[in-house]
Design a protein around this ligand. Sequence first.
Ligand code: AMP
Length: 426
Amino acid sequence: MEEVKQNMLFGKYEVGRVLGKGTFAKVFYAKEITTGEGVAIKVIEKEKVRKEGMMEQIKREISVMSLVKHPNIVNLKEVMATKTKILFVMEYARGGELFDKLAKGKFKEENARKYFQQLISAVDYCHSRGVSHRDLKPENLLLDENENLKVSDFGLSALPEQERQDGLLHTQCGTPAYVAPEVVRKKGYNGFKADTWSCGVILYALLAGFLPFQHENLISMYNKVFKEEYQFPPWFSSDAKRLISKILVANPERRINIPSIMNSPWFRKGLNFNSTSNDDLDLELDIESKVNLIDSSSPEFFNAFEFISTMSSGFDLSGLFEEKKKRGSVFTSKCSILEIVTKIETAAKSLRFKVKKMKEFKLRLQGNVEGRKGKLAVTAEIYEVAPELAVVEFSKCSGDTLEYVKLFEDEVRPALKDIVWSWQGE
Ligand code: AMP
């Protein structure tokens, strides 16, 4: 690609060696010029993706990665696009794939436990956001420079809207050795329970140095999976055996769930709750403040102009930038600023949100209901871009993202419909 050839990307990143290859993408190491920070840039060929009809999958990967922010999940920093390519700028996992380490031999029980605790913490977090990964395996588990695990590759992940009316997923995904029996059976499956099975196979592999179900013939391997036919090597501790035998249960209804895994004696041993408990994390806030910082350093008019040009151009990428859609929901209005402010205040009050004026055209709306991550707080900023045209941007400043999205979709958007000319990306 033109930018990569010259080693500089958008004047912001210096691109280096290839780190790996995925189905539609190459991943490069790059250095952010201003901070010197290492990042991984996944370069996806739009044409290839389009030809294979995989655009939905890429969009899903972007939405999912934007939704999940956790210390054990590779962080998506930004998404950029050229005419021919989509670029994911991600946190760089210096330690490479856990698979490469495992290929050198099994782990000591303490090390396997640490990786498994981090994996389960990430999976529990994803599930709490309604996301199932569907392709958990050591190749998709990366390590950072401190040997902390980072789940990557959400290319096959599923959001709840993919469920059919029976509440089950129907797409066959994953890698044979790690796939749950109900996924193979193609009768619909629960993505969370299927992820749990894969975690069980991973745990077995970490402790054993080989897979629980192996056969050169795929059908014979699946037969072993269906019959839960595997043996424990003699070095497995009894607590580890007990836990694995509760996970590798072919019937998903009888399989242990993630909260019970987290309560099991083997899992809890030596666990530092402060470093892994999801309740202690509010990385999202951190991300948001970064986004806000970027916003406040650029002139307001430029922001607004950018929104308008995105909305009116035929080359609309906004659908791809789920992060922007989820975190800051933007609409244009032909009403006066006063009308817009009044309408937002009325809508906020009917939702029992307190309204505070931060700047002349910026409101802070504060909820009073304790949610999963505390009370929701939202800002609404109004930019006048032309005498009869305003752009209004909502952003979440605190609280749970899913609760925010739900409130926004179910309450805020309907309440504002009289003043909205068009929503960004619609
Ligand atoms: P993927 O397309 O996500 O499967 O990535 C292909 C390969 O690139 C992976 O198997 C890793 O070896 C490497 N890779 C992907 N993301 C990162 C990252 N954030 N940091 C370091 N290496 C990565």
